[in-house]
Ligand binder design. Sequence first.
Ligand SMILES: [Fe+2]
Ligand SMILES: [Fe+2]
Length: 145
Amino acid sequence: MKWFYHDHKDFESAVYKCRVACDIADWSLVQDVFAEMASNYKNHVRIEEDVLFPAYDAHPGASSGPTASLEADHEQILHLMDHIAQGLAENDRESLAENFSLLYRILRNHHEKEEEIFLPMASGALYSNKDAILAEMHSLAAKGD
Ligand SMILES: [Fe+2]
Ligand SMILES: [Fe+2]
Protein backbone atom coordinates (compact mmCIF):
# COMPACT_ATOMS: atom_id res chain seq x y z
CA MET A 1 0.00 0.00 0.00
CA LYS A 2 2.99 2.30 -0.37
CA TRP A 3 1.42 4.04 -3.40
CA PHE A 4 -1.41 5.12 -1.11
CA TYR A 5 0.85 7.10 1.25
CA HIS A 6 2.99 8.25 -1.63
CA ASP A 7 -0.03 9.68 -3.53
CA HIS A 8 -1.27 11.45 -0.42
CA LYS A 9 2.07 13.18 0.11
CA ASP A 10 2.20 14.13 -3.59
CA PHE A 11 -1.27 15.69 -3.50
CA GLU A 12 -0.50 17.64 -0.35
CA SER A 13 2.76 19.00 -1.72
CA ALA A 14 1.16 19.91 -5.07
CA VAL A 15 -1.55 21.91 -3.32
CA TYR A 16 1.04 23.56 -1.10
CA LYS A 17 3.05 24.47 -4.20
CA CYS A 18 -0.05 26.04 -5.78
CA ARG A 19 -0.71 28.03 -2.61
CA VAL A 20 2.85 29.40 -2.61
CA ALA A 21 2.72 30.12 -6.36
CA CYS A 22 -0.40 32.27 -5.73
CA ASP A 23 1.70 34.53 -3.50
CA ILE A 24 4.20 35.16 -6.27
CA ALA A 25 1.43 35.32 -8.88
CA ASP A 26 2.97 32.55 -10.96
CA TRP A 27 -0.35 31.58 -12.56
CA SER A 28 1.09 29.28 -15.18
CA LEU A 29 2.79 27.23 -12.45
CA VAL A 30 -0.49 27.10 -10.50
CA GLN A 31 -2.31 26.01 -13.65
CA ASP A 32 0.17 23.23 -14.51
CA VAL A 33 0.63 21.83 -11.02
CA PHE A 34 -3.09 21.93 -10.30
CA ALA A 35 -4.09 20.30 -13.61
CA GLU A 36 -1.74 17.38 -13.05
CA MET A 37 -2.75 16.98 -9.43
CA ALA A 38 -6.48 17.09 -10.25
CA SER A 39 -6.16 14.36 -12.85
CA ASN A 40 -4.09 12.11 -10.56
CA TYR A 41 -6.45 12.77 -7.69
CA LYS A 42 -9.46 11.59 -9.70
CA ASN A 43 -7.67 8.32 -10.47
CA HIS A 44 -6.77 7.89 -6.82
CA VAL A 45 -10.39 8.40 -5.74
CA ARG A 46 -11.58 5.96 -8.40
CA ILE A 47 -9.27 3.25 -7.07
CA GLU A 48 -10.46 3.89 -3.52
CA GLU A 49 -14.17 4.02 -4.34
CA ASP A 50 -14.25 1.27 -6.98
CA VAL A 51 -11.80 -1.19 -5.46
CA LEU A 52 -10.65 -0.59 -1.88
CA PHE A 53 -13.85 0.60 -0.21
CA PRO A 54 -16.08 -2.10 -1.76
CA ALA A 55 -13.51 -4.75 -0.78
CA TYR A 56 -13.72 -3.56 2.80
CA ASP A 57 -17.52 -3.15 2.78
CA ALA A 58 -17.99 -6.69 1.46
CA HIS A 59 -16.02 -8.15 4.34
CA PRO A 60 -18.18 -9.84 6.98
CA GLY A 61 -18.67 -7.57 9.96
CA ALA A 62 -17.75 -4.35 8.16
CA SER A 63 -20.07 -1.40 8.64
CA SER A 64 -20.56 1.07 5.82
CA GLY A 65 -20.06 4.08 8.12
CA PRO A 66 -16.33 4.57 7.57
CA THR A 67 -16.36 4.35 3.78
CA ALA A 68 -19.51 6.49 3.53
CA SER A 69 -17.74 9.20 5.51
CA LEU A 70 -14.61 8.98 3.32
CA GLU A 71 -16.77 9.16 0.19
CA ALA A 72 -18.48 12.26 1.55
CA ASP A 73 -15.00 13.79 1.99
CA HIS A 74 -14.17 12.96 -1.65
CA GLU A 75 -17.32 14.71 -2.78
CA GLN A 76 -16.41 17.83 -0.81
CA ILE A 77 -12.81 17.75 -2.09
CA LEU A 78 -13.80 17.25 -5.73
CA HIS A 79 -16.37 20.03 -5.43
CA LEU A 80 -13.74 22.43 -4.09
CA MET A 81 -11.33 21.36 -6.85
CA ASP A 82 -14.00 22.07 -9.49
CA HIS A 83 -14.53 25.47 -7.95
CA ILE A 84 -10.76 26.18 -8.11
CA ALA A 85 -10.57 24.94 -11.73
CA GLN A 86 -13.42 27.25 -12.65
CA GLY A 87 -11.67 30.22 -10.98
CA LEU A 88 -8.50 29.42 -12.92
CA ALA A 89 -10.37 29.06 -16.20
CA GLU A 90 -12.08 32.43 -15.70
CA ASN A 91 -8.96 34.19 -14.40
CA ASP A 92 -10.83 34.86 -11.19
CA ARG A 93 -7.95 34.84 -8.72
CA GLU A 94 -9.72 36.62 -5.91
CA SER A 95 -10.00 33.73 -3.48
CA LEU A 96 -7.61 31.22 -5.07
CA ALA A 97 -5.00 31.40 -2.31
CA GLU A 98 -7.67 30.91 0.36
CA ASN A 99 -9.19 28.02 -1.55
CA PHE A 100 -5.82 26.28 -1.86
CA SER A 101 -5.27 26.71 1.88
CA LEU A 102 -8.69 25.23 2.53
CA LEU A 103 -8.07 22.35 0.12
CA TYR A 104 -4.76 21.65 1.84
CA ARG A 105 -6.41 21.43 5.26
CA ILE A 106 -9.25 19.22 4.05
CA LEU A 107 -6.85 16.89 2.23
CA ARG A 108 -4.57 16.54 5.26
CA ASN A 109 -7.52 15.70 7.42
CA HIS A 110 -8.91 13.18 4.92
CA HIS A 111 -5.55 11.48 4.42
CA GLU A 112 -5.10 11.20 8.17
CA LYS A 113 -8.48 9.43 8.41
CA GLU A 114 -7.57 7.05 5.61
CA GLU A 115 -4.10 6.26 6.89
CA GLU A 116 -4.73 6.16 10.60
CA ILE A 117 -8.29 4.89 10.83
CA PHE A 118 -9.42 3.23 7.60
CA LEU A 119 -6.28 1.30 6.66
CA PRO A 120 -5.60 -0.25 10.07
CA MET A 121 -9.27 -1.20 10.34
CA ALA A 122 -9.50 -2.57 6.79
CA SER A 123 -6.11 -4.20 6.52
CA GLY A 124 -7.43 -7.70 7.39
CA ALA A 125 -10.18 -7.47 4.77
CA LEU A 126 -7.85 -6.00 2.16
CA TYR A 127 -5.06 -8.45 2.84
CA SER A 128 -7.21 -11.54 2.53
CA ASN A 129 -8.30 -10.32 -0.92
CA LYS A 130 -4.91 -8.98 -1.88
CA ASP A 131 -4.49 -10.61 -5.31
CA ALA A 132 -7.96 -9.75 -6.58
CA ILE A 133 -7.60 -6.17 -5.34
CA LEU A 134 -4.20 -5.70 -6.97
CA ALA A 135 -5.49 -7.08 -10.27
CA GLU A 136 -8.45 -4.67 -10.20
CA MET A 137 -6.19 -1.74 -9.31
CA HIS A 138 -3.90 -2.54 -12.20
CA SER A 139 -6.73 -2.79 -14.66
CA LEU A 140 -8.12 0.57 -13.50
CA ALA A 141 -4.67 2.17 -13.67
CA ALA A 142 -4.16 0.78 -17.19
CA LYS A 143 -7.41 2.40 -18.33
CA GLY A 144 -6.18 5.72 -16.91
CA ASP A 145 -7.60 9.02 -18.13
FE1 LIG B 1 -9.59 9.28 -0.28
FE1 LIG C 1 -6.50 8.38 -0.44
